[in-house]
Every structure is written in structure tokens, then in C-alpha cells.
Design a binder for this molecule. Structure first.
Ligand code: SAM
Length: 275
């Protein structure tokens, strides 16, 4: 099947797909690299995958080669003819939906069982979707893993440990009921056109949710605490009813700053506030 596919650069040229800066388009053409990315979620043979932002289809063809059943959401209609060709090459395995992933109901699109999510998205869209995927009150989610390209700096924030400058809201969000790891660094020169900064792929898998903790309240705690990360907790969380009392109950020194608290400590504060 693979040998029948034309090189990606030829696909781009034939369909006139010059990268649009407005749509955050930086394409990957290296098929070996794309196959390595498609391998990050594990064995995809026969599995459902939701890909956001397939563009000309580089990562899409790697996912199809890995045996996945792919649903892809792309908002740039110029890419649709190239994706159509891919759908013909992998008959019955690719469903392309034209639209804005921020506006579509993904669970409704992915009928039935579980699915893995894979995406190489512009920074703002990727972070917004990431936050939504991890913020639901219902857990575990229907997705079984997230394999997402970010600017390296954002990826480091997602997997950061306490007592580091990268540790913050994204770290707690990604780690309190999921496992998040930095799966691969991707050099800027791998993209066309190359972005200004390095990229990295983060892999997230859901774990068990701690009982009695509201995701919304945990988010409010981290918002307050990291909103003024240089201040002591007694200052930063004082606007959150019950938070100072929760620190007392847990024996957490209110002179500490947000970045010194473990993910577990944040969860315990939120548990008390959720009661
Ligand atoms: N997956 C391709 C690759 O790796 O070469 C393209 C990656 S490019 C960085 C991001 C893609 O996401 C572009 O094709 C862009 O049109 C698409 N995109 C941007 N915002 C989107 C949105 N809100 N919904 C769906 N697709 C979007």
C-alpha cells in the first residue's frame, strides 16, 4: 500500500497546498519520523483514532499504515482533495470531516467504542483542546490516550514536577488522574516551514480518578494558586472560600508557594473543598 502513495511533497505541490500561517500550518514530510510518531500510542491495528488537523495527510497515512481506522477533522478545505486520495488508497479506513475541532462534538463523531486521539496542531488550538480533554467531570473519558505535538516549552510544562519553573496549572491538570510523559522531541527543521521553536510530543493516558474530587474545584484551586505563583498560598488562595481552612486541616504551611505543592496536595485541597 505504502509504495503506491506519492511522496508528500508531490501531494502538496499538485494540490497547491502552500502552508498557511493563519492556520498554524507546519507540515511533516519525513515518513520514517511520521511512522515513529504513529507508533507512540502503541498497536493501532483495527483501533479507532481521532486525528485533529491532518493537513495534507502525512501523519494520517502513518496512522493508516499502522492499521488504524481514522476519523480526521480538518478545517482547511484546500486539504480535502489530498485527503480524499488517501481515503481511496486505504479504502473504508479514513473518514474526513471538514470543520473546526473546537466547535465539533467529538464524542458524537466517534460513535461506539473507545478511541485514541492524535494531533499536530497550532499552539493555541492544541492547548485549548488539551485543557478540554482533561477537564471533564466524567472519568475515565472515552479516549484511551492523547498523543499531541506541542512547542517543547509547553510539553515541558505538561510533564513538569513540583519545584520547577515549568510546573503549573497544566502539570496538575495533566497529572492528577492521568499519566503524562514526554514521548519524543521533534527538531524544528523537521517541519515545512520550520517554526521558530523546538517541538515535543506528549503522550497522556487516563488513570483512576481520585474519589470525591470535583475537576472544576481542582481547577479553581490551581487557577488561584498559580495565578499569583510568586505569592504565598495564604495570599493567593484567600479569595477561594474554605481554601485557607483546607490548608490548615491538611497541615500545609500557608507560607509555601504554589509551585512547591505536589499534585497530590492539590488534589487533597480540592477534595476538602468538594465535600
Ligand atoms: N498533521 C499535519 C502534519 O503533521 O504535517 C498538519 C499539521 S499543521 C501543524 C496543523 C493542521 O491543523 C493544519 O492542517 C490546519 O489547517 C489544521 N487546523 C488548525 N486549526 C484547526 C481546527 N481548529 N480544527 C481542525 N483543524 C485545524
Amino acid at each position: 500500500m505504502t509504495e503506491l502513495l506519492p511522496p508528500l511533497r508531490e501531494v502538496i505541490a499538485r494540490h497547491g497546498l502552500s502552508a498557511s500561517r493563519a492556520l498554524g500550518q507546519n507540515f511533516l514530510f519525513d515518513e520514517q519520523l511520521l511512522d515513529r510518531i504513529a507508533a507512540i500510542p502503541g498497536d493501532l491495528a483495527g483501533k479507532a483514532v481521532l486525528e485533529i488537523g491532518p493537513g495534507p495527510g502525512g501523519l494520517t497515512r502513518a496512522l493508516l499504515r499502522a492499521g488504524a481506522q481514522v476519523t480526521a477533522i480538518e478545517m482547511d478545505r484546500r486539504c480535502l482533495p489530498a485527503l480524499d486520495e488517501l481515503g481511496t488508497a486505504f479504502e473504508g479506513r479514513l473518514n474526513v470531516i471538514e470543520g473546526d475541532a473546537l466547535k465539533l462534538d467529538q464524542n458524537a463523531l466517534m460513535q461506539g467504542g473507545p478511541y485514541a486521539i492524535v494531533a499536530n496542531l497550532p499552539y493555541n488550538v492544541g492547548t485549548e483542546l488539551f485543557t478540554r480533554w482533561l477537564s471533564g467531570e466524567t472519568w475515565p473519558p472515552r479516549w484511551t490516550s492523547l498523543t499531541l505535538m506541542f512547542q517543547e516549552e509547553v510539553a515541558r510544562r505538561i510533564v513538569a514536577a513540583p519545584d520547577s519553573s515549568a510546573y503549573g496549572r497544566l502539570s496538575v491538570l495533566a497529572q492528577w488522574r492521568s499519566e503524562a510523559r514526554l514521548a519524543m522531541k521533534v527538531h524544528r527543521s523537521a517541519f515545512t516551514p520550520p517554526p521558530k521553536v523546538m517541538s515535543a510530543i506528549v503522550h497522556v493516558t487516563p488513570m483512576e480518578m481520585p474519589e470525591g474530587v470535583s475537576a472544576r474545584l481542582l481547577s479553581r484551586v490551581t487557577e488561584a494558586a498559580f495565578g499569583q505563583r510568586r505569592k504565598m498560598l495564604r495570599q493567593s488562595v484567600k479569595g477561594l472560600p474554605g481554601a485557607i481552612e483546607a490548608l490548615d486541616t491538611l497541615g500545609i504551611d500557608s507560607q509555601r508557594r504554589a509551585e512547591t505543592l505536589s499534585v497530590h496536595e492539590f488534589v487533597e485541597i480540592a477534595r476538602i473543598l468538594s465535600a
